[in-house]
Design a protein around this ligand. Structure first.
Ligand code: FES
Length: 162
């Protein structure tokens, strides 16, 4: 296996592993570091993490495919994840997904050519009382409508994140 973590991340990994009685318990933390290091969790990264933690790669795959916070392929600078679960759907999520898709000129699962935005749909974000909602990187946005989407996209497009 040729893929390696940088010495700095490797140091962090070793420190984290020491916090657990069984090293496989460090899986989530290591995956966060792996994503920070490589940008996304490829199959090669899954195998690397599995090797470090002495577990089968399928165990890593199970976790990576369960949590939407882990990217399985490269994403844009702003990863827009729109919830399409029941509360958000009955409050217009599908229409907003179409709207964002049209505004960005990409389909769900795609990234804009300038690598700025990736659009995904996800299941419940745990903020149903603010439906319809979406997450962009680590920020949550709720009670969405087209006007609010316009403002958010405009701010992100200008790299205004607060
Ligand atoms: S259904 Fe969308 S946040 Fe729960």
């Amino acid at each position: 296996m040729s893929l390696k973590f940088s010495p700095q991340i490797e140091k962090e990994i070793n420190k984290i592993i020491k916090n657990y009685p069984q090293k496989q318990s460090a899986l989530l933390s290591i995956l966060h570091l792996a994503q920070k290091e490589f940008g996304y969790i490829s199959e090669e990264v899954e195998r690397l993490v599995a090797q470090i933690l002495d577990i089968k790669p399928i165990r890593v795959r199970e976790v990576v495919t369960f949590y939407t916070m882990f990217h399985q392929r490269p994403v844009g600078k702003y990863h827009i994840k729109v919830c399409r679960n029941i509360s958000c759907s009955i409050n217009g999520a599908e229409e907003l997904i179409d709207y964002i898709s049209e505004k960005l000129g990409i389909k769900v699962g795609e990234t804009t050519p300038d690598k700025k935005f990736t659009l995904s749909v996800v299941e419940c974000l745990g903020a149903c009382e603010h439906a319809p909602c979406m997450q962009v990187n680590s920020e949550y946005y709720g009670n969405l409508d087209k006007k609010k989407i316009d403002l958010i996209l405009e701010r992100l497009n200008n790299d205004i994140n607060d």
